[in-house]
Design a binder for this molecule. Structure first.
Ligand SMILES: *[C@@H]1O[C@H](CO)[C@@H](O)[C@H](O)[C@H]1NC(C)=O
Ligand SMILES: *[C@@H]1O[C@H](CO)[C@@H](O)[C@H](O)[C@H]1NC(C)=O
Ligand SMILES: *[C@@H]1O[C@H](CO)[C@@H](O)[C@H](O)[C@H]1NC(C)=O
Ligand SMILES: *[C@@H]1O[C@H](CO)[C@@H](O)[C@H](O)[C@H]1NC(C)=O
Ligand SMILES: *[C@@H]1O[C@H](CO)[C@@H](O)[C@H](O)[C@H]1NC(C)=O
Length: 747
C-alpha cells in the first residue's frame, strides 16, 4: 500500500576548484585593494592560512586570524572567504588604519550554503553558492545596502568574475551571462555571443578569458587603450590573467613569464621591467597595479605607478598559490610542498591550465600510434593527451556534480497511474502528468493510427513492450510503445509492468532536450499501457551500423556527430535533469536518428525502474555487451554505467562491429571492447576502424584518434577511472572541431 521513496544511488563527485583565475574581480590568494595601494595575501606555512596586508611600508595583520581560502580586492576594500566557504568578511582599507588594523565586517554566514568564487568588483561583492551555482551579490556603488543586482537565481554558474559596475559568469553550457548596474555587462555579453568559455576574468570595463574548445585567449569590452588586442592568439598560449583599468596581463603557459598590453601596461612599463626569466604562479590586478606570486619563493612582486613602475617585492613572506583543500586533487595533481605550505591542513591543487604544456601523468594513453596520416605519431598522441587534459580541466571547472537518484514506486495502486490516493508523491506525479504538454490518447485513436497494431507497423521492441509506427489523424507520424499485457502475463508480474510504464511516463515527462526522443502522449485504458513518442524516420544507430550496409553513415563527421548528440543527451540526463537520471540501458539500438540524422537517446524504460532490494537476477537491467562490469558485482548502476554503455557505442561507431560478435572464423563471441581496446592501445587503431568509412585525411585522423582515446577511457573496468559525461562531450566537441569543413563531409 505504501509507496516508498528509495534512494538508490548517491554519487558525490567532490568539488574540484578551478584555480588560477585572478584579477580586479576574481578570487585568488593575492588581492589588491586599489586606491589605497593595499596588497594582501594569504600566508603560507602558518598554522592557519591567515591574511596579511601591505600598505605604505607597513605590514598589517588581519583579524580574525583564521584560515581563509580566497581573497579579492576592490576600490579601497577587500573581502575574504573563510576556508570552507561558509562565511564572507570584508575590510575597508581606507578606515581604521590609524591603529594598524582593518576592521572586519561579516557580510555572509551560512553553514548550509557555503560559497565559492568570491569576485569583488570596484564596489560590488559577488560569490557563487556551491550547491546551486547561483551567483549572489552584495553592496554596490556606495558599499552599503544591496545596490548591485544579483543575477537570476535560476542561473547555474561554473565561475564568476566582477568588473566596475558589472559582473559576468560562465554558465553550465559554457556561454557567458553578465549583469550589473551599467551597460558594460550587456555589451560584453552580446560581444561574446555564444562563444564557449573555459575561464573569464574582468577588468574595469573589459573581460578576457580562454575559450573552452581550444584555449585561445579572447578579450571583449572597452578597447580605448588597446587592452583587447591580444598579441598572440595561439591555442593554449596563456594560463592566468589579470586585468586592470585599461591593460591586460597574462602568464605564458610554457614559462610563467608575464606579458601585458594596453595603455596602462605602458604606463606601468611592465614589459620593460619584467625580467623575462622570472616566472609567476599567478597574477592579480588593481586599477593601475599588477601583482604576481613569484614561482621561485612564492613572494608577492608588484608594479605600480606609486613605485615608479619598478618591481617591488613585498615583505609579506610566502603566500599560498591556491587554497588548502582537504579533498583530493584532480588529475592535475598536488602543488609541490603543499603539505608544508598548508602546514598540514590539506593540500593545494595544481592549476590544470598551467600544467598543459608539460608532461602530466594522465590515465594511461596509448603508447604509440600507427597513424597513417601523420608524420609524427607520438606527437599526435601527445596532442590527444593534451586535449583530454584540457577537457579534464574544464570538467574540474564544472564543479560539484551531485547525482541524487531517487526511485519511486510510481503509484501505490496496483493497477493505475490515475488512481487518486493520498500519497503526496503520487499527487506530485499526477500533477506532473496533468501539467505536461503530453496528450492523453484514447486506445481507439492509437489503434486507428497503427492500423489496429498491425505487424507491418511494428518497428521494434523496447524495455516494456513492442513499438509501432503510427500516423495520427492530423498526419503526424509517431512511435507508439505498447506494453504487451495479454500474451506474456505469465512471464511478467503485472505490478512490475505497471511500474515500468509509470516509471517511463513520469521520467520522460520531466525531460525536454533536443537529444532525447520526445514524448507526445500516453494512453491508459483497461489493461493497456501505451506511450506515444515522436517518430524517428531514420531508425536506430544499431540498424545502420549492423543491419544495413552502413553506407549512410560513411563519413567520420557524421559518425562523430552522432556520438556527440548521444553524449549530449546523456549529459542532460546526468547533469541537468532534476533529479538527475541514470539511463541504465545505453546501447546503439536506443540511439535513434531523425530525418536529418540528428541522434536522440530513447527508451527510458529502465531508468528509475526497480528497487535494488527487490531486484533479483531476473531484474538485472541492461543489455549484454553494454553492461558496466562493476554493475555485475555491485548491482548498482551509476552514472559511470551509462558512460560504459556509451563507450561501447563509440567503439561500434569506430569499428563497425557489434557490441558482441563472433569473428570471421566463427569463433567464440567477443565484445567489441575486448576486440578494440587492446589493439588501439597497441597503436593499431587504423587496423580496427570500420573500412566502410571514407577518408583518412589528416584532420580526420586526429578526430578519430580523439574518439578512440575517449572510448578507451569510457570502457575502463573501474567506474572511477572513466571520464564524466561532461568530459566526453568536451572531447567529442573537440573531435568535431578537428574534423572540420571540407575534410570531413557533412551530411
Ligand atoms: C581601531 O580603530 C577603529 C576606528 O578608528 C575602532 O573602531 C577600533 O575599536 C580600533 N581598534 C582597536 C583594536 O583599537
Ligand atoms: C545557455 O544556458 C542559458 C541559461 O540556461 C540559456 O539561456 C542559453 O540560451 C544557453 N545558450 C546556449 C547556446 O545553449
Ligand atoms: C633576471 O633574473 C635572473 C634570475 O633571478 C637574474 O639572474 C638576472 O640577472 C635578471 N636579469 C636582469 C636584467 O635583471
Ligand atoms: C624572494 O626572491 C626575491 C628576488 O627574486 C628576493 O628579493 C626575496 O628576498 C625573496 N624572498 C624570500 C622570502 O626568500
Ligand atoms: C612504449 O613503447 C616503447 C617502444 O615501443 C617501449 O620501450 C616502452 O616500454 C613502452 N612504454 C610503455 C609504458 O608501455
Amino acid at each position: 500500500m505504501t509507496s516508498e521513496l528509495v534512494i538508490l544511488v548517491v554519487v558525490l563527485i567532490s568539488l574540484q576548484l578551478h584555480w588560477g583565475v585572478d584579477a580586479l574581480g576574481s578570487a585568488s590568494t593575492v588581492a589588491v585593494a586599489y586606491g589605497t595601494s593595499t596588497v594582501c595575501g594569504i600566508s603560507a606555512g602558518k598554522k592557519s592560512q591567515r591574511i596579511q596586508c601591505h600598505r605604505g611600508d607597513q605590514v598589517i595583520s588581519i583579524l580574525p586570524q583564521v584560515s581563509f581560502e580566497a581573497i579579492s580586492g576592490g576600490q579601497s576594500f577587500f573581502c575574504g572567504l573563510r576556508t570552507g566557504g561558509f562565511s564572507l568578511h570584508c575590510w575597508e582599507t581606507d578606515a581604521g588604519f590609524s591603529n594598524h588594523s582593518f576592521q572586519p565586517k561579516r557580510i555572509y554566514y551560512s553553514t548550509n550554503f557555503p560559497l565559492t568564487d568570491l569576485a569583488v568588483g570596484d564596489a560590488q561583492v559577488c560569490a557563487r553558492e556551491i550547491s546551486s551555482g547561483k551567483a549572489i551579490c552584495w553592496r554596490g556603488s556606495n558599499r552599503v545596502g544591496s545596490l548591485f543586482p544579483s543575477p537570476d537565481p535560476a542561473l547555474d554558474f561554473l565561475t564568476i568574475t566582477s568588473g566596475s559596475g558589472f559582473s559576468c559568469g560562465i554558465l553550465k553550457n559554457k556561454t557567458v551571462r553578465c549583469w550589473g548596474n551599467n551597460g558594460i555587462g550587456s555589451k560584453i555579453q552580446s560581444q561574446l555571443g555564444n562563444l564557449l568559455m573555459a575561464s573569464l576574468v574582468a577588468g574595469e570595463s573589459h573581460v578576457c578569458g580562454l575559450t573552452a574548445l581550444d584555449g585561445v585567449l579572447v578579450c571583449k569590452g572597452n578597447n580605448n587603450a588597446g587592452q583587447l588586442e591580444v598579441p598572440s592568439n595561439s591555442a593554449h598560449e596563456y594560463s592566468d590573467l589579470a586585468l586592470g583599468t585599461s591593460f591586460t596581463c597574462a602568464i605564458r603557459q610554457n614559462n610563467g613569464v608575464v606579458s601585458c598590453w594596453g595603455e596602462g601596461a605602458n604606463e606601468l612599463n611592465i614589459e620593460k621591467n619584467i625580467n623575462v626569466s622570472v616566472s609567476f604562479e599567478l597574477i592579480t590586478a588593481g586599477s593601475d597595479m599588477l601583482c604576481g606570486l613569484k614561482t621561485n619563493n612564492l613572494t608577492i612582486m608588484c608594479w605600480s605607478k606609486a613605485n615608479n613602475n619598478s618591481p617591488v617585492v613585498l615583505p609579506l613572506g610566502m603566500i599560498i598559490p591556491g587554497p588548502c583543500v582537504q579533498d583530493s586533487c584532480s588529475h592535475c595533481g598536488i602543488y609541490p610542498n603543499s603539505a608544508f605550505l598548508c602546514d598540514g591542513s590539506g593540500n593545494i591543487c595544481k592549476s590544470c591550465q598551467r600544467e598543459l604544456p608539460f608532461a602530466v601523468p594522465l590515465p594511461k594513453s596509448p603508447n604509440s600510434s600507427s597513424n597513417p596520416g601523420s608524420s609524427s605519431p607520438t606527437k599526435s598522441i601527445n596532442r590527444l593527451t593534451m586535449a583530454f587534459l584540457i577537457v579534464g580541466a574544464i570538467g574540474a571547472l564544472a564543479g560539484t556534480c551531485t547525482i541524487l537518484f531517487c526511485i519511486s514506486n510510481c503509484l501505490t495502486s496496483r493497477s493505475s497511474c490515475n488512481t487518486a490516493n493520498n500519497q503526496e508523491q503520487n499527487i506530485n506525479q499526477l500533477s506532473l502528468i496533468e501539467n505536461s504538454s503530453a496528450r492523453a490518447f484514447s486506445l481507439m485513436e492509437l489503434a486507428v493510427a497503427t492500423n489496429n497494431f498491425s505487424s507491418e507497423n511494428k518497428i521494434g521492441a523496447g524495455s516494456f513492450g513492442v513499438v509501432y509506427k503510427g500516423k495520427l489523424t492530423d498526419g503526424t507520424e509517431v512511435a507508439i510503445k505498447r506494453g504487451e499485457t495479454k500474451n506474456d502475463e505469465k512471464t511478467e508480474d503485472p505490478q512490475e509492468k505497471q511500474n515500468a510504464f509509470c516509471s517511463e511516463l513520469t521520467t520522460v515527462l520531466r525531460l525536454n532536450h533536443k537529444q532525447l526522443v520526445g514524448m507526445v502522449g500516453y494512453c491508459q485504458e483497461n489493461d493497456e499501457r501505451l506511450l506515444v513518442y515522436e517518430y524517428m524516420p531514420n531508425g536506430s544507430l544499431h540498424d545502420h551500423l549492423h543491419n544495413k550496409d552502413g553506407l549512410l553513415l560513411n563519413t567520420w563527421n557524421i559518425r562523430i556527430k552522432i556520438a556527440l548528440d548521444a553524449a549530449r543527451g546523456i549529459e542532460y540526463l546526468h547533469n541537468y535533469a532534476v533529479p538527475p537520471i541514470i539511463h541504465r540501458d545505453i546501447k546503439s539500438s536506443n540511439i535513434l536518428l531523425d530525418g536529418n540524422f540528428t541522434a536522440k537517446v530513447s527508451d527510458f524504460g529502465l531508468s528509475l525502474m526497480r528497487q535494488p532490494e527487490t531486484s533479483t537476477e531476473s531484474a538485472v537491467g541492461g543489455t549484454i555487451g553494454y553492461i558496466d562490469p562493476e554493475y555485475y558485482v555491485s548491482k548498482i548502476s551509476t552514472a559511470k554505467s551509462d558512460v560504459y554503455g556509451l563507450g561501447v557505442v563509440l567503439l561500434e561507431l569506430l569499428t563497425g562491429k557489434k557490441a558482441v560478435f563472433r569473428d570471421s572464423g566463427g569463433g567464440v563471441p567477443m565484445t567489441v571492447a575486448e576486440y578494440a581496446v587492446e589493439r588501439i592501445g597497441r597503436g593499431e587503431l587504423w587496423n580496427v576502424v570500420d573500412k566502410r568509412v571514407r577518408g583518412g585525411e589528416m584532420k580526420e585522423v586526429d578526430a578519430v584518434e580523439m574518439v578512440a582515446y575517449t572510448a578507451m577511457h569510457c570502457v575502463k573496468l573501474e567506474g572511477e577511472e572513466r571520464p564524466n559525461i561532461g568530459d566526453i562531450v568536451e572531447n567529442l566537441e573537440k573531435a568535431i572541431a578537428l574534423c572540420s569543413d571540407e575534410l570531413c563531409d557533412s551530411v
